[in-house]
Every structure is written in C-alpha cells, then in structure tokens.
Design a protein around this ligand. Sequence first.
Ligand SMILES: Nc1nc2c(c(=O)[nH]1)N[C@H]1C(S)=C(S)[C@@H](COP(=O)(O)O)O[C@H]1N2
Ligand SMILES: [Mo]
Length: 355
Amino acid sequence: MSSRRPPIAGRYTAEELALAARNRGMPLEALRHELTPAGLHYLLVHFDIPVVDVNTWTLQINGRVEKPLTLGLQEITRLPAKTLRVTMECAGNGRAQVSPRYPSVPWLEEGVSTADWTGVPLSALLERTALKKTVKEIVFHGADRGFDAGVEHDFARSLALEHALREEVLLAYEMNGTPLPPQHGAPLRLVVPRWYGMASVKWLRSIEAIDRPFEGLQQARSYHFRRHPGEKGEPCTLMRVNSLLAPPGIPDFYTRKRVVEAGTVEIVGRAWSGAAPIARVEFGLSGVWHEAQLDGAAPFCWQGWRARWQARPGEYELSCRAIDHAGNRQPLEPPWDLSGFGNNGVQRIAVTVRA
Ligand SMILES: Nc1nc2c(c(=O)[nH]1)N[C@H]1C(S)=C(S)[C@@H](COP(=O)(O)O)O[C@H]1N2
Ligand SMILES: [Mo]
C-alpha cells in the first residue's frame, strides 16, 4: 500500500492550481442567495466527469438483498418524489488556511453551497429490495474511476444502515428544478443532508447492501480527521458549525481587498451546522463581537443572518462566528488536521472604509 502524500509548506504547487481550476468554489458574493444558482454551486470532482448515456444507464441495487433491482431513469422519476433544500460543504473546505497543508484541492472558504435536490428517498428503494437481516452498511458506487495514493478505484462510499434509512437521504435526479448537470452527478446522485459533501456520491451506478464495514479507500482511508501521521483517525461525518459573510462594498481585482463607503452598511451572511440548528451568530468588527439577527431556519439549509454596521472611515477586519443548539461554537483559529478537514475557524475580511 502506498503512503499518504507528504504535507506542503509555502507556495501552491502547479498540481494544486490545476485542481483548483477544475474544482471551483462558490464566489462569496453568492452568499447573498439562499439558493445557490446551479452554475455558482461549488464543485468537487476527484477524477474525470464521466459521460453517461441516460438512455442506456441503469441503477443496480444488489448485494445482501432478497430482491435485487435494476432500474432505468424513467422508472425512478415515476416514483413519488421529494425536494429538499440542502447546504453542502466539502470536508476539505478551509484547507488552504492550515499549514503545513495536505496536497489536495486548495479551498480557502468557498467550498460550500445550497441547492434544491429532487429525487426519491433512498429508503423507499431499499424497502423494495427486502434487505437481509445481516445488512450493516449500504455502499454507493460512482461511475468515475482513477487512482489515489496508488490505489485504482471507482469513487465509492458507504453509510451505516441507520443513516442510509433516514428519510432525508435522497437519490436525486434534479438540481434547482432541472436535470442534474454532468458535473453534479448526472443522471443520479446521492444527497446526504447535514453531512460533509463526500457522502453525497455522484454518478451512481450501483447500490450494494453489505454485512461488514466497507473497506474502499474513500471510506476507510480518506476522509478521517487525523492530528498525527499514522493515526486511524475519526471518520468525517456531520458538517461542523460554520458561518460566512458576504464581502461588503467593492473589491480590488487582484487582492480582493474591499472598499466600503462610510455610513450604514447592511452585513449579511449564512451559518450552518450538521449537528443541530444554529442558535446564535456574532458579527465581529476588528475583534469586538456583536449579536447578529437570524432569519428563519429550515432543517437542512444554511441560516441567513444580518447585522447593521455604522461604518466610519478607517481599516477594519470583519468576521463572524456561529454557535449551534448543541453548544458547538466556531474556533477563532483553524483547528489542526493533517488533511485540512473540518476547518471551521472564523473567516476574516479586510475592509477599508472611505469617507
Ligand atoms: N462519484 C463521486 N461522487 C462525489 C465526488 C467524486 O469525486 N466522485 N466528490 C465528493 C465530494 S468530496 C464532494 S465535496 C461532493 C461535491 O458535490 P458537488 O460537486 O455537486 O458540489 O461530491 C462528492 N461526491
Ligand atoms: Mo469534498
């Protein structure tokens, strides 16, 4: 078995820049939309986007089941459908703020978005297959294939049966009311609300019921929180409490630094947590925290918040931090993780206010 990629300190590599260009983030001004327009939704593709012919595509549901199923897309879209508004964040979001960093997609903070996903509850299809009593996990096999750490594999992940059967877990064929675009998993993807994005397997080909833990690389080796090399680590599951604000004013093209006119500035942002609804958001003005006002909450969708700022000329650092109803609070500094996973340290935006 080949080893992990060694950590990097210092400047980005050509490989990281190539990954960044393929896997774009959501521009932060899109935080002004509750529902991210599909073309602005962040993207993470490990290998190549597969070309799938919808007319010949089928989904196999097999393994430890009494009645294996083979379904075409039309059979799936004829079943009772459900639409959920779901915020998805990449587990590696914020990786670029951690040093030394893990060689992978260099997200700063833009690996998060919200979409309306329409599809069939996974539980409805699993019921039809009559799972055997011994089933422990459900494996989701994607159509995309490549190498990671020297191991050739199709992208695949599993869920423990209790999570797979949750009513909000969807097999989605529409995003924001139109068929899934190729990059987001056409023709069918899994959507696991409240979990980091890696759980939501795209380009589904088959779903397999197994009676042991799934040992695939993306499950057993990748996507673990690890503080020290060689540790087994804790699997990445629910999204940690996090928040962002939409940068106010206008940017400088190259540095992205912001310029704001003096006066009343309406600051808006979004906050989310996989573990529990958002309880509070604070807006930080050069280190002084102010209570922000929360918009209405929805179960799987980030929560809007706003704060009013009487901006006087000068240099400022804006930030925000959220606390959820389980008592989780964002740390001020990025938490250390070898792969840069789960970085929910507070965002900081430099702003010049001019008279
Ligand atoms: N088959 C497959 N599914 C996948 C991936 C992938 O590379 N291949 N990437 C995962 C990761 S790490 C994330 S964060 C989300 C991103 O979903 P999006 O590109 O639709 O935003 O898809 C997940 N599902
Ligand atoms: Mo991800």
